[in-house]
Design a protein around this ligand. Structure first.
Ligand SMILES: Nc1ncnc2c1ncn2[C@@H]1O[C@H](COP(=O)(O)OP(=O)(O)O)[C@@H](O)[C@H]1O
Ligand SMILES: [Mg+2]
Length: 471
C-alpha cells in the first residue's frame, strides 16, 4: 500500500513540472480523488482560466507546482513522525557481558522486582488458577476466583505469570483482554467502577454513570464480545460497610452475556466470613484458593533458584535465612531482601563470600532493632495507628499526611477489628506516644487534627513486624 502511494507521489512531482495533460490523467485516479479532491477542484478551475489567458496559465502552472509539492510533503511528514516514534535501539556488536562481580549479579537477581520466569513452589497454585481461567474462556462464560494469603506469598506474581503464559500462547485460547485494578490505589470502593470503565473503554466517568454503563454492558448480549479478565488486587481495601461494589464485582461475572472473569486477591484469609455480607459471599461462590506462607524449604528453594550458578552463598547460609523468615512470616520478599543486603555488605567490605556470622548480624539488626521490637510489643491501638498510616500511604501514595486523615483510617481499622474507636484525646495520646518513640515524626500537636505526620520507619518493616506478631 505504502509502495503504491510512493510511486504516485513521484509521478505528481514529475508531471506537474512538465505539462498539464498528464496531470489530468493522474487526477482521475480514485486514490487521488479521495485523498486530494480539494486540490483537484482548485486546479481544474485554474486550468479553464489558463485556456483564456496565457499569463494566467503561467501563474496556474506555478500554483499547480505548489500543489504537487505540498502533497508529498504531507506524506513525508507522516513518514517522519512514524520514524520518530518508533522505539529502537541500535544493535550491539557483542552481547553485554554479565556482571563480572558475582556479588553484584546476586544483588540484581535477588531484588524482589526481578520476577523470575518461573515461580518455584507455586506450581499447584499456578495450575489451579490457569485451569480455572482457561475453562471459563473455553466455555465462553464468566466467573470469579478468590485468592487469599498473607503478603509476600506470591499471589500477585502467580496470577501475573498465568496471564503472561496465556498472552504468550494466545493462539491456544479464545481471545481475551486483561486488566488490573488495585484496591490500595483507589480512593474509595466506588472508584472501582470508574477504573473498570476507563480500562474497558478509555472513557472517564463519575462512578454512578460508570456503574450504570458497566451494568448495561454486562447485561447486553453480544455474541462476539471478547472475554475480559480483571485482576482485582488488594481486595481488602474495598471491603467497607456498604458492600454494593463487592456485590456487583462478583455478580457481573455470573451473567451469561458478560464474559467477565474476576480474579480477586486479598491478604486476609477469612475476609469473606469476617467482613462480607451473606449476599456477597453467595455471589463469590466456592472458587477459593489459599496461598500458605512459605516454609523453610520453600524459601530456600526460592532463594537458591535465583542464585543458580553463583558461588556467593553456601546452602547453610540460605538455610539459616530461610529458617528465620519462615519462623516469623513466610514472606518471600523478606528472605530475598536479607540475602540481597548480605551480598551488598560483602561487596562493600571487599569480601567474596557471605558467612553465617554475616547472616546472624543482619538478622539481629532487622528483626530485633529497638524499633521493630517496639512495634511488635506496643499496644493494640498503637499498632492500629501505625497500620492506619501505612494504609493511608498506600491509598494516597503520599508519605506526609494529617491527623485528620489518620483518624478516618483509624476508625476504619477499629471497625474492621471490632474494637471501639477512642476519643480524639485518646487518638492524640496514641500519636504522641509513637512520636516519642521516633516511630512517627510530627509537628507539635497544637494544630489538632491538622497536625502533619510522617512515618519514621519503612512501611514494609511495619507490615512485617505486625504480621510477624500474629504468627
Ligand atoms: N515462588 C516464588 N518464587 C520466586 N519469587 C517469589 C515467589 N513468591 C514470591 N516471590 C517474590 O516475592 C515478591 C512478592 O510476591 P507477590 O506476588 O507480590 O506477593 P503477594 O501478592 O502475595 O503479596 C515477588 O515479586 C517475587 O519477587
Ligand atoms: Mg500482591
Amino acid at each position: 500500500m505504502s509502495e503504491t502511494k510512493k510511486t504516485k507521489r513521484v509521478v505528481v512531482v514529475e508531471t506537474s513540472s512538465e505539462e498539464s495533460e498528464s496531470d489530468s490523467d493522474f487526477e482521475d485516479s480514485p486514490t487521488y480523488k479521495k485523498k486530494f479532491g480539494k486540490n483537484k477542484k482548485e486546479s481544474s478551475s485554474e486550468e479553464s482560466n489558463a485556456s483564456e489567458d496565457e499569463e494566467t496559465k503561467r501563474k496556474t502552472k506555478t500554483k499547480k507546482k505548489t500543489v504537487a509539492v505540498v502533497t508529498p510533503r504531507r506524506k513525508s511528514t507522516k513518514l517522519l513522525e512514524r520514524r520518530v516514534f518508533t522505539p529502537g535501539v541500535a544493535q550491539r556488536k557483542a552481547p553485554v557481558k554479565s556482571s563480572l562481580n558475582p556479588l553484584v549479579e546476586a544483588q540484581l537477581r535477588l531484588h524482589v522486582s526481578a520476577v523470575p520466569d518461573s515461580l518455584p513452589c507455586r506450581e499447584e497454585e499456578f495450575a489451579e488458577i490457569f485451569g480455572y481461567v482457561e475453562s471459563k474462556l473455553q466455555e465462553g462464560t464468566g466467573g470469579c476466583i478468590y485468592i487469599s494469603g498473607v503478603p509476600g506469598t506470591g499471589k500477585t506474581a502467580t496470577v501475573k505469570q498465568v496471564i503472561r503464559y496465556m498472552e504468550d500462547n494466545r493462539d491456544e485460547f479464545p481471545d481475551f483482554n486483561f486488566f488490573e485494578l488495585n484496591g490500595m490505589r483507589l480512593t474509595c470502593p466506588e472508584q472501582t467502577y470508574v477504573e473498570m470503565w476507563r480500562l474497558l473503554t478509555g472513557e472517564k466517568l463519575v462512578h454512578e454513570q460508570a456503574m450504570k454503563k458497566l451494568d448495561t454492558r454486562f447485561s447486553t448480549p453480544a455474541p462476539r464480545r471478547t472475554h475480559t479478565i480483571f485482576l482485582v488486587d488488594e481486595l481488602d481495601m474495598l471491603c467497607k460497610k456498604k458492600q454494593t461494589v463487592l456485590y456487583n464485582i462478583f455478580e457481573w461475572p455470573s451473567r451469561p452475556q458478560a464474559k467477565v472473569v474476576i480474579i480477586a486477591i486479598a491478604n486476609t484469609m477469612d475476609l469473606p466470613e469476617r467482613d462480607m455480607d451473606m449476599r456477597v459471599i453467595s455471589r463469590l461462590g466456592f472458587n477459593r484458593l489459599h496461598f500458605e506462607p512459605y516454609n523453610q524449604q520453600q524459601l530456600q528453594c526460592i532463594v537458591s533458584s535465583r542464585l543458580e550458578g553463583l558461588e556467593v552463598f553456601q546452602s547453610d547460609e540460605i538455610q539459616l535465612v530461610s529458617r528465620k523468615v519462615a519462623g516469623l512470616s513466610g514472606d518471600a520478599r523478606r528472605a530475598l531482601d536479607i540475602c540481597r543486603i548480605l551480598a551488598e555488605r560483602c561487596e562493600r567490605e571487599g569480601r567474596d563470600r557471605v558467612t553465617q556470622v554475616d547472616v546472624l548480624k543482619v538478622h539481629r539488626e532487622m528483626f530485633t532493632s529497638s524499633k521493630m521490637m517496639y512495634i511488635r510489643t506496643c499496644s493494640q491501638l498503637e499498632q492500629f495507628f501505625l497500620r492506619s498510616m501505612v494504609n493511608e500511604f498506600y491509598k494516597t501514595g503520599v508519605e506526609e499526611t494529617t491527623l485528620r486523615n489518620i483518624s478516618i483510617r483509624f476508625d476504619e481499622t477499629c471497625a474492621s477489628e471490632g474494637v471501639k474507636s477512642p476519643s480524639l484525646h485518646g487518638l492524640v495520646s496514641v500519636a504522641v506516644r509513637l512520636s516519642s518513640q521516633r516511630l512517627v515524626l510530627s509537628e507539635d500537636y497544637r494544630k489538632g487534627l491538622d497536625t502533619k505526620l510522617r512515618l519514621n520507619v519503612a512501611f514494609e518493616d511495619i507490615n512485617f513486624a505486625l504480621n510477624a506478631r500474629n504468627i
